[in-house]
Design a protein around this ligand. Structure first.
Ligand code: AMP
Length: 290
């Protein structure tokens, strides 16, 4: 079957209900929400969705609700033609590529989904309202596609944890599947935003992952004190002239609250966000207790 591309919610709903009726119970649906400008990170989620489901849906929508007023909504990179070609190669059944008008209509949206606490730490602190925008669009997309499983990258460590909480709290019947971070050869996490980096910033950007790797190594050697682990990361990050740190945090894997030591029985998330010029990059490393 060749790729189907729809721009309206009504078309998606009509196609899905027919497809599900025809497949008679064999219609597990894997859903991969994206903002497009697809790279191997997105592709890895799509491949997993393809392997685990009967129907695979990808959405491509640069969601204005999750951008702050001084953020990069207008210049966010777009490449629908190449994205569709990649989706076709990966065996996607349906791509939903709506306009802002199709998603939100003429009047400003009045309903937003807010996940307390989890949405306020880490990236939520420097991007107020960001996760409300994410949750609102993802809840709406879940409503449209009623997927069995939805695939999210661990690169956005806070995002998938918030969405997991959102679907539990709202009894939305979908499994949130976190997927490994896909990286460039030098360790930089693949991101649509890497295209903004100058050549010099691009050379410096792998420092984020290098700092996290050094933390992981020290953790594996037995260090459990967070201040000491932080020093290890800061030594690397401070050595990068073009880097402006937003945060480097050690938080509980579930509650996202700060921890002082890495308890043997809990997983701690070490998360970092930094600016290279005006480009904000994020990365993270899980420190898994015994
Ligand atoms: P975006 O288009 O940036 O909104 O990302 C769409 C999905 O792809 C999100 O679940 C991201 O976490 C995921 N993603 C983005 N970059 C990567 C990566 N390097 N590795 C794995 N997943 C990623």
């Amino acid at each position: 079957m060749s790729l189907i591309v729809f721009h309206t919610i009504a078309d998606c709903k009509a196609w899905l209900s027919e497809e599900r009726a025809q497949k008679e119970g064999k219609s597990d649906t894997g859903f991969v929400p994206t903002m497009g400008y697809l790279h191997e990170g997105h592709a890895s989620l799509i491949q997993k969705a393809r392997a685990e489901n009967d129907i695979v849906v990808v959405s491509i929508f640069v969601n204005p609700l999750q951008f702050g007023p001084s953020e990069d909504l207008d210049r966010y990179p777009r490449s629908l033609k190449q994205d569709l070609a990649l989706c076709e190669t990966l065996g996607v059944d349906l791509v939903f590529a709506p306009s802002v008008y199709e998603m939100y209509g003429e009047t400003p949206i009045m309903t937003r989904i807010h996940v307390d606490q989890l949405g306020e730490y880490l990236c939520g602190a420097s991007r107020p309202g960001h996760f409300d925008g994410v949750c609102t669009v993802v809840a709406k997309l879940f409503q449209i596609f009623a997927p069995t499983k939805a695939y999210f990258g661990k690169k956005d460590a806070q995002q998938w944890r918030i969405l997991r909480r959102m679907v539990a709290d709202l009894s939305i019947d979908v499994s949130i599947i976190p997927c490994p971070i896909v990286r460039e050869n030098d360790g930089l996490a693949k991101s649509s935003r890497n295209v903004y980096l100058t050549a010099e910033q691009r050379r410096e950007a792998p420092a984020l992952q290098q700092a996290l790797q050094q933390v992981l190594r020290r953790f594996q050697e037995g260090e459990r004190n967070v201040d000491k682990l932080r020093d290890v990361a800061m030594d690397r990050l401070n050595a990068v002239p073009g880097l402006r740190l937003d945060y480097l945090s050690f938080v509980d894997d579930e509650t996202l609250t700060k921890v002082m030591t890495v308890d043997e029985h809990h997983t701690v998330l070490c998360a970092v966000a930094a600016y290279f010029g005006s480009t904000r990059l994020i990365d993270n490393q899980e420190l898994v207790g015994l």
